[in-house]
Design a protein around this ligand. Structure first.
Ligand SMILES: [Zn+2]
Length: 208
């Protein structure tokens, strides 16, 4: 099976996210898990806006580097989420501004960070867990993700950023964009009393 289309899809999504301000500098990383257990992931210290299909990292099913540059230092995030979300085939992690800002607020519910503001958040994301702050690349973040036991496709790392898994790269990309826009809405609404979707409607729409 040629991996070229997948490599090109990762680079196209990275550029699209970068060009629209969802990520900046060399922050953020993207991976796709192949059916045979190998993984294609963005390299360390690379801008999502300037990815090269030829230098993306190919990891074997044992985690060893088979091809390309050294993988992102945040690989433990990806490995842990794939390990606990069996059907996941793609993961996107960003340091997107509104999600990071929301992650710093006090009194968030770590089991369900955002209230039911819109139908599309519930349909594309469902529910978001909040994990405490870990230094980027700290392997203990994998233990925290393991403890979520695969219940969440969407996770917000405090003072760091969101990480979202999907059944496909397209789905993961769409979900993390929806999450970022939800965080923006959440910040815009602030502490005003917003009219939320009612519990029956929210339960009917949630994708998780
Ligand atoms: Zn990060």
């Amino acid at each position: 099976m040629s991996l070229s289309p997948i490599r090109e899809d990762i680079c196209r999504l990275g550029r699209s996210l970068f060009d629209r301000g969802y990520t900046h500098g060399t922050s953020g990383n993207i991976s796709v898990l192949l059916d045979d257990g190998r993984m294609i992931v963005t390299p360390t210290d690379s801008s999502l806006g300037e990815l090269d299909p030829a230098t993306l990292t190919l990891l074997g099913s044992d985690g060893s580097t088979m091809d390309g540059r050294a993988p992102t230092k945040e690989l433990p995030l990806h490995s842990a989420l794939y390990r606990t979300r069996g059907a996941a085939r793609a993961i996107v992690h960003l340091h997107s501004t509104h999600s990071v800002a929301a992650s710093m607020l006090p009194d968030l519910d770590p089991a369900d960070v955002f209230p039911p503001l819109t139908a599309y958040y519930l349909m594309k994301v469902g529910r978001t867990a909040l994990l405490p702050y870990f230094r980027p690349g700290d392997p203990r973040v994998a233990d925290a993700i393991d403890a979520l036991a695969g219940r969440y496709s969407s996770i917000l790392l405090a003072n760091h950023g969101p990480v979202v898994s999907g059944l496909s790269l397209t789905a993961a990309g769409a979900a993390i964009e929806e999450l970022e826009q939800t965080a923006k809405l959440y910040l815009l609404v602030g502490h005003r009393q917003a009219n939320l979707l009612d519990i029956t409607e929210a339960s009917a729409l949630r994708c998780d």
